[in-house]
Design a binder for this molecule. Structure first.
Ligand code: AMP
Ligand code: GLY
Length: 419
């Protein structure tokens, strides 16, 4: 079959790599794709948010399935639009993608259905928000309501910092419309774990747990990024916690969405904080995480196309989804200056010499003649599997040594914290 993947980062490269392994797939397109994806799929120069362009391409080329990977096109209703023309698509409809697109929706849903999460209030009025912060004190967390590329969250250690975040967001400057409404919530402590789940709207199949590393520097220092590396499985996500989450978080969320008339089909991302009082939801995403997908998909044993089919058709209860044992680690190689400003177009050396037990998933790269050059902040995810987490991490770091480009930087402590 022929599949069109929407997106062009490390997650999409991993998806293309996994889908290319399926016996059922004989043609892949990716819009817009990147320098690494180009080796597996025909890249189509359309932005992931170009709904009209993607529709026109799909109508002409008739893919058997469109896999919508990023949040924006899901929130814009790409899946709904494709289906209107009889094109099969994987991912939630617009009315379900809101679980990621609006933090206030997500928080209100959790409150209504008693799903454990941090205490919060939603504000449309700046002065009321400031008063609330002064009453609650710090540390406290301020979140812009809409999609803000993961940058709409301020974990404020002082009241002043929180007030500044509210003023910035609500004056409409920093996040535009996304910040006109803010969610202010209680600060939680604990280890953050990601659990991606396949769901057809009724059955929930959790994937291997994973952990992202959001801060740019070692020991969780420096500003937040889109993710500097990941590993799977998490050491703290025990079977007991998994059972608790299934019963108190995953199933209740999917049922709540159904009850609300917003059946969620696709991948539901649970960002969890394992707090001293138990697991609580930090955030929902309506899609695979990145870089989490880069460590979770390599561990998937079951054919991914069959899982997508089962999610779309509502037959996930009939499919056995299996994962490999062992572990997987991914080290993100970033451009000099990232997450601030950085230059593009640096030639990447050494990709051809990578050891056979490592994969380089391209995030921000471009083909230029016979060279691969940098084309984004996060450039590559170097990924390895091992029979233990320590082995996976060691293999991935060994592979990193083969790759270089001007300004390249990465964290040296991915997966090293024993919690
Ligand atoms: P979010 O976009 O909601 O996932 O927030 C981004 C990051 O901010 C999370 O991954 C956490 O590290 C941190 N964060 C968000 N909410 C809280 C909270 N209530 N308490 C502590 N940290 C938080
Ligand atoms: N790794 C966080 C995300 O995909 O949103």
């Amino acid at each position: 079959m022929k599949i069109l993947i929407i997106g062009g980062g490390g997650r999409e490269h991993t998806l293309a790599w996994k889908l290319a392994q399926s016996r059922r797939v004989d043609k892949l397109w990716c819009a817009p794709g990147n320098g690494g994806i180009a080796a597996l799929a025909e890249c189509v120069p359309l932005k992931a948010t170009d709904i009209e362009g993607i529709l026109a391409f799909a109508k002409e080329n008739k893919p058997d399935m469109v896999m919508v990977a990023p949040d924006d096109p899901l929130a814009l209703g790409l899946v709904d639009e494709l289906e209107k023309f009889g094109i099969r698509a994987f991912g939630p409809h617009k009315n379900a993608a809101i679980i990621e697109a609006s933090k206030s929706f997500a928080k209100d849903l959790m409150k209504k259905y008693s799903i454990p999460t941090a205490k919060y209030e939603v504000f449309d009025d700046e002065e009321a928000a400031v008063k609330y912060i002064e009453r609650e004190g710090a540390p406290i967390v301020v979140k812009a309501d809409g999609l803000a590329l993961g940058k709409g969250v301020t974990v404020a250690m002082t009241v002043q910092e929180a007030v500044n975040a509210v003023r910035d967001a609500m004056s409409g400057g920093t996040f535009g419309k996304a910040g006109a409404r803010v969610v202010i919530e209680e600060f939680m402590t604990g280890t953050e774990v990601t659990v991606l789940c396949f769901t057809d709207g009724k059955t929930v199949v959790p994937m291997v747990s994973s952990q992202d590393h959001k801060r740019v520097f070692d020991n969780d220092q420096g500003p937040n990024t889109g993710g500097m590396g990941a590993f799977a499985p998490s050491r703290v996500y025990t079977e007991e916690i998994a059972d608790y989450c299934m019963e108190n978080i995953f199933l209740p969320t999917v049922r709540a969405m159904e009850t609300e008339g917003r059946l969620f089909k696709g991948v539901l991302y649970f960002g969890l904080m394992i707090t001293p009082e138990g697991p609580k939801v930090v955030e929902y995403n309506a899609r695979f995480g990145d870089p989490e997908a880069q460590v979770v998909l390599p561990m998937l044993k079951t054919d991914l196309v069959s899982i997508f089919d089962a999610c779309i058709d509502g037959t996930l209860d009939k499919l056995k989804v299996e994962f490999l044992s062992g572990a997987c680690a991914c080290i993100v190689l970033a451009s000099g200056g990232y997450p601030g400003s950085y230059e593009k177009g640096k030639v990447i050396e050494g990709l051809g010499r990578l050891p056979a037990d490592a994969a380089a998933f391209h995030a921000g790269t471009k083909r230029e003649g016979d060279k691969i050059v940098t084309n984004g902040g996060r450039v590559l995810g170097i990924t390895s599997r091992g029979s233990t987490l320590d082995e996976a991490i060691e293999k991935a770091y060994k592979a990193v040594k083969y790759v270089s480009f001007e300004g390249m930087h990465y964290r040296t402590d991915i997966g090293r914290k024993k919690e």
